[in-house]
Each structure stands twice: as structure tokens, then as C-alpha cells.
Design a protein around this ligand. Structure first.
Ligand SMILES: Cc1ncc(COP(=O)(O)O)c(C=O)c1O
Length: 474
């Protein structure tokens, strides 16, 4: 029945959470067999919910140009797009009278837009970010402001003393605080409302990069008169089971009512003469060109499903996976865990587990997991280099050595970690499979003779040919 269902429903068990997805694909393994795929790379991207696909199947015959079309289909598609906007606003607990939802490609685009559209008050040229940020919540500010990094503690948590200190040190100069809701490296969740209260007391506004938080926790931006409200949130639909190219910037309407849009073109103007432009009101002013209607509908369908399940239930299931995985991994002697590895604190984080195996390259561990066990993880620095360097305790001198090798296109010794990250459809059985695979790798029980490519750093087993055409062609 699930396969044909087009409605969101509220499942009651782990199995029914899994039934919300189409996850029956078998992948080729090095021993020549086919095996089920265990996707533990959800922090990067998530598979689509069935209901997202079925909603799009229902929508596609009605797809038409939006906003400017006079025909019925155009009006229907416009209504679907604007409904998706309303659903997204409500998902993060905002009031459409004070906030707008601007659709774009992803969190990166959302944050770049805010960086360019934020009107730094005179003298307030500092953006306070943390050292745990994804580059997407750090690099966009660098050409526009003085970016100051708040330190992290040895266990990976934000150093709130340093946050307070830097707010005081740059008193009167901080225009914007920009922090991740949850880390894509350690899964640690930041106390966003407490930081918001401090930022507001210091006369600044706050952006929460919710790329990792939104798929796992309820977000309440709150009313502007609440001192702990969040001014801006950025999220990515492809991390929320709706991978159709949409992201959103939800933010204070007043910010987007004035100033010029960062991209110029059609769809965002009231009147243009040869030498004047009258810009539209928000959110149109910030959505130049034809928008991704399909992506917005997909995001809204995913939100409806997440809400039907209940974010508390999602969080509870993922915390049980995380606690169980940490318990299993802590029993494997050669596993080195980073961040907070206490299973009893699994509820205080999202399901992202960074680790290394003693004396084995992160490149190699990830390759063996994929090629021999059908387990998809990610390895490297996860677009958060300062955080990884800090977690690994890599000195300035060592960093310079890495830089020199990179200059000669040699990534073999790049520092990094392996990351397993859970989605709501993952199961305890998959965690068992993963832990057993790691135990085998530690014992040297793997088949391949792996060769490392200097330019990418990746390991590939000798004789391996992927033959993707046997699985998918366009
Ligand atoms: C915390 C965080 N912020 C921002 C991003 C960027 O997201 P996107 O690639 O969807 O723009 C990511 C992606 O992994 C992330 O984990």
C-alpha cells in the first residue's frame, strides 16, 4: 500500500519509517555479489521520501510557468509554489507578517544571499562565526565583513566563554552572529536560543545554519519581540528527503524590504525604465528569474511528512541509533571517536559520528566500507577545515606541510575523519552491520588490494570496475 500512497502518514515503528522510502536497491560488492546498500551519508544528502516522489508525479501534469501566467495551470502552479512557501515558514515557527521565505538552491546559496543582503549598521562590521562552521557559513562573509571565529572546546563543543568574550571584545561592532544549528562533523547541537539572546543584547542579529538541524529537530524561530528569537534560518531540501534542488532562507521581512537584490533580472521588479528600477516587495525582490517550483513543492511534501511523523519521534529514533552505534563503536579497540562519544548524551546531538581507525587512512576505511560491505560513508574534512584541524589537534606547522603537498596536487596524506550519519529510515540492524564491518577491517579481514590515487587521495581496489550502466542509464 505504501508504494502507491500519495498522502503523508504517521508511522508507528522503525519498519514503517523505512517503508516511507524506496530502499531496495542492491549494489555490487568486490567479491562479485550484490548486497543491500547501507546509506550512512545522510548528513551530505538524503534519499527522497516516497510521498515526495508521488506528490511530484501528481504535480508534474499541472506544472506550468508561475507568477506571470494567466492560464489555469499557471495559476495552479503559482498556488502550489506559494503554499510551499507558507508550509516552509510555518515549519520553522515564523509569522508571515514578520518573516519571509526566499527559495533558492540550497543552504549555501541562502547564506550567500543573506551575507550580500544584510545591511550592516554603521560601525558594525564584524560577523561572529564559530570554528565549527561549515565553510558555507563562514566564507560568504569574508569579502564583506571582518569574520571573527569563536573557539571550540577539546570535545568539539562551542566554547561559550569565548563567545561571550568575543561579543564583549567587539562590543558595538558585531552586526551578525552566524552559527550552525548542528554540526555536520560531530552532530553537536548549539544552544541557538541562548546565543540569540546574547547576540540581541549586544545589538546584533543571528543566522542559524540549519542545514543539519532542520531534518532532525523542530525549529522555532519565534516572534521578533522574543529576545531569543532567530532572525534568519538557512536550510537545504536535499538533506530533508526532498532532493530536487531547493533550499530556503527564512528571515526577517524588514531586511529584504530595502536594498537591492543580489541577483538582478526578471521576476523581481514592478517597473523598469531605461534608467530606473522599482523593485518588488519581498520575497519576490530576492527571487530573480524563474524559480524551482518543483523543488519547492518537493520540500513542502517532505515537511508535511516530517510533521505527520513528528519531529520528536524522528529525534527519538535517531538518538537510539546514535546511542547504540556509539556503544558498539566504543567496544572496538581501534576506533577513535571524536566529539562527544557518550551514548547517554545522544539526545543532545544529531546522528553524526566522526571517527578514525588507528593507523588506517580515513580514505582507506571509507573505501573498504563501500566496496566490500556496501556501506556508504564520507571521509575527509567535510567542508569544515578549521574544525577538523582543531579536533585532530593539527599544528600550524603540519597544516603548512599539507598546504605544500596540496600545491603539488598530492592529497594522500590529507588529514580527515570518517563520518557515519543517520537518517530517520536507518535501523539498528544496519548499525550492527557497520560495527561488524569495522571489526573485520581492524582484523585485516578484507579482500581487496587497495591502491591510492595521489590526486584525489581515494583508494580503489585493484581490478575494480564500477559498470554503472548495469544499474542506471539516462
Ligand atoms: C552545516 C552545513 N551547512 C551548510 C551546508 C551546505 O549545504 P548545501 O550543500 O546544501 O548548500 C552543509 C552541507 O553539508 C552543512 O552540513
Amino acid at each position: 500500500m505504501m508504494k502507491t500512497s500519495t498522502k503523508s502518514h504517521s508511522p508507528t515503528s522503525t519498519q514503517s519509517l523505512r517503508d516511507l522510502f524506496d530502499l531496495d536497491q542492491q549494489v555490487p560488492l568486490l567479491d562479485g555479489s550484490l548486497g543491500p546498500y547501507v546509506n550512512f551519508d545522510n548528513a551530505a544528502s538524503t534519499p527522497p521520501l516516497r510521498v515526495v516522489q508521488s506528490t511530484l508525479n501528481r504535480f508534474m501534469p499541472w506544472y506550468a510557468s508561475i507568477h506571470r501566467g494567466a492560464g489555469f495551470k499557471s495559476q495552479l502552479a503559482t498556488d502550489a509554489y506559494e503554499t510551499a512557501r507558507a508550509i516552509t515558514l510555518q515549519f520553522v515557527g515564523t509569522d508571515p507578517r514578520t518573516h519571509v521565505c526566499i527559495f533558492g538552491k540550497n543552504s549555501t546559496e541562502a547564506i550567500n544571499k543573506l551575507a550580500r543582503r544584510f545591511q550592516f549598521p554603521k560601525g558594525r562590521d564584524v560577523v561572529l562565526v564559530s570554528k565549527m562552521e561549515h565553510h558555507s557559513n563562514d566564507l560568504p562573509y569574508r569579502p564583506l565583513a571582518k569574520v571573527v571565529h569563536v573557539d571550540v572546546q577539546r570535545n568539539g563543543e562551542l566554547d561559550e566563554f569565548d563567545f561571550d568574550y568575543k561579543l564583549r571584545y567587539y562590543s558595538g561592532r558585531v552586526g551578525l552572529v552566524a552559527v550552525s544549528g548542528a554540526s555536520n562533523v560531530t552532530g553537536l547541537i548549539n544552544p541557538i536560543h541562548r546565543l540569540a539572546e546574547k547576540a540581541h543584547a549586544a545589538g546584533a542579529q543571528i543566522l542559524v545554519d540549519a542545514a543539519q538541524l532542520a531534518p532532525h529537530r523542530k525549529i522555532e524561530m519565534g516572534p521578533l519581540e522574543d529576545p531569543s528569537h532567530i532572525d534568519y534560518v538557512a536550510l537545504s531540501a536535499h538533506k530533508m528527503y526532498a532532493p530536487y534542488g531547493t533550499g530556503a532562507l527564512i528571515g526577517r521581512r524588514d531586511t529584504f524590504e530595502t536594498g537591492e537584490p543580489d541577483l538582478r533580472g526578471g521576476g523581481e521588479v514592478e517597473l523598469v525604465t531605461e534608467d530606473t528600477v522599482l523593485w518588488s516587495s519581498p520575497p519576490d525582490r530576492d527571487e530573480a528569474g524563474s524559480p524551482n517550483v518543483v523543488g519547492a513543492v518537493a520540500l513542502a511534501a517532505a515537511i508535511r511528512q516530517l510533521e505527520a511523523i513528528g519531529m520528536d519521534k524522528v529525534a527519538e529514533h535517531e538518538a537510539s541509533l546514535t546511542a547504540y552505534a556509539l556503544r558498539r563503536l566504543r567496544q572496538i579497540e581501534d576506533v577513535e571517536l571524536y566529539g562527544d562519544s557518550d551514548p547517554s548524551r545522544a539526545r543532545l546531538r544529531v546522528g553524526v559520528i566522526p571517527f578514525n581507525l588507528k593507523d588506517l587512512s580515513h580514505f582507506l576505511v571509507a573505501a573498504i566500507l563501500g566496496h566490500e560491505f556496501g556501506i556508504g560513508v564520507r571521509n575527509g574534512c567535510f567542508c569544515a577545515h578549521p574544525y577538523i584541524l582543531s579536533l585532530l589537534g593539527i599544528s600550524q606547522e603540519e597544516t603548512e606541510r599539507v598546504r605544500a603537498k596540496l600545491a603539488s596536487h598530492d592529497r594522500r596524506d590529507n588529514p580527515g575523519l570518517v563520518r557515519a550519519s543517520f537518517g530517520m529510515y536507518n535501523t539498528l540492524e544496519e548499525v550492527d552491520q557497520f560495527a561488524e564491518a569495522l571489526e573485520k577491517i581492524v582484523r585485516g579481514e578484507y579482500l581487496g588490494r587497495y591502491v591510492q590515487d595521489a590526486a584525489s587521495g581515494d583508494f580503489v581496489p585493484e581490478g575494480w570496475e564500477a559498470r554503472f550502466e548495469n544499474f542506471f542509464t539516462i
